[in-house]
Design a protein around this ligand. Structure first.
Ligand SMILES: *Cc1c(COP(=O)(O)O)cnc(C)c1O
Length: 362
């Protein structure tokens, strides 16, 4: 199969080492070798992202599974969830809570607008039945970065739990779960972590995990304490996606070698490089510079070119871009800079984009 440079926000291009790890061999998850792998992956996740006071629960599935496990496990009976919604993924958390019959309130914003910490603060003050707040750090709908530190401070001062969907943020953005008062943080292996699809995880503050043992089970498969209790015994309740775990193991080794701060900086530089190129091509950005994440850029589709044509012409040249979602579907296109890619890859992409926009044939 032809290899493409993937400029979609996950799954991402991975290193040869991560791809090779998929072939480590057949393994029964009830054997000691899997227990070792489990312990290594959990320890490395904590070393990379939460060195003190947290535990890691790893689940086999996509990022949505980790987010839904977080949302469905973190509330007491009757406890209300405040969902901050400024995109598809915030809205998805509200839908999850509703599916699990968790009472919700929502603060919704335009997709290009950051939520207001003051408004969150007054909402919490006025409604003591809100037990937790759910936020998406990086709204992949648009590439907008939400102010996680400010909102975390407000949530902590109000004494509520802070749930973060960091699926497209962890590894690529500045996030310190302790500093930002994040109690539960959901993420996936195949975005900025640079592993393969099929495994995801939730980082949970130790005291919160202890308290969650007594919370109602709204689902068997999604109940985080069930997974955690087994994982603490170096075991796992259900069959894991073993090859994806191998890949995550290799990806975490690479991440620790690069260092988490080094990874964030590499993504920041890549985004800066791409954005300078987009500006030079005369493209318009959906978001102002201060709202943009390190790993995704939303651009207005130029007049006279449809998304399918732009996509297909770039794909013929070896690059996969991403369309807009929901109401932005026909207005924008998205370019991610996640994964095992170099500035040379981005330079070639900008050349291809210039060629396509000027009507060139491959
Ligand atoms: C990609 C993404 C998800 C869902 O991930 P899947 O792996 O497709 O299930 C959730 N939240 C955010 C912010 C994302 O970017």
């Amino acid at each position: 199969m032809q290899q493409y440079i993937l400029l979609n926000p996950g799954p991402v291009n991975v290193s040869p080492r991560v791809r090779q790890a998929l072939l480590r061999g057949d393994l029964c998850h009830r054997e000691e070798e899997f227990s070792d792998l489990l312990a290594m992956v959990r320890a490395n996740l904590l070393q990379a992202f939460a060195p003190q006071g947290y535990t890691a629960v790893v689940v086999s599935g996509s990022g949505t599974l980790a987010v839904e496990a977080m949302v469905s496990s973190a509330l007491t009976e009757g406890g209300k969830l405040l969902v901050i919604n400024n995109g598809v993924y915030g809205d998805r958390m509200r839908q999850m809570a509703e599916a699990h019959r968790i009472p919700t309130v929502e603060l919704s914003y335009a997709w290009t607008e950051a939520p207001s910490p003051e408004q969150i603060e007054s909402t919490l003050r006025n409604d003591p039945t809100i037990a937790a707040v759910a936020l998406v750090q990086h709204e992949t709908t648009t590439g907008l970065l939400n102010p996680v530190t400010e909102i975390g401070r407000v949530v902590r001062q109000a004494g509520r739990l802070f749930l973060l969907d960091a699926v497209s943020a962890l590894g690529g953005e500045d996030l310190d779960v302790m500093r930002d008062s994040v109690d539960l943080c959901a993420c996936t292996a195949n975005k900025c972590i640079q592993g393969q699809p099929g495994v995801a995880f939730v980082l949970v503050r130790n005291e919160v995990m202890a308290a969650m043992q007594d919370y109602p089970r709204r689902s068997l498969y999604l109940h985080l304490p069930l997974h955690w209790e087994a994982q603490e015994r170096r075991s796992i309740p259900f069959t894991p996606a073993v090859p994806a775990w191998y890949a995550l193991d290799a990806a975490l080794d690479e991440l620790l070698e690069e260092t988490p701060a080094g990874r964030v900086e590499r993504y920041r530089q890549a985004a800066r490089f791409l954005r300078a190129g987009f500006a030079e091509l005369g493209l318009s950005f959906l978001l102002p510079p201060e709202s943009r994440s390190n790993s995704l850029t939303s651009l207005v589709l130029p007049q006279g070119i449809s998304y399918p044509r732009l996509h297909d012409d770039l794909k013929q040249r070896g690059f996969v871009i991403y369309e807009g979602q929901g109401k932005l579907r026909t207005d924008i296109f998205r370019v991610a800079n996640m994964g095992h890619l170099t500035l040379d890859d981005f330079r070639l992409f900008l050349d291809a984009l210039k060629d396509v926009l000027s009507g060139g044939r491959p």
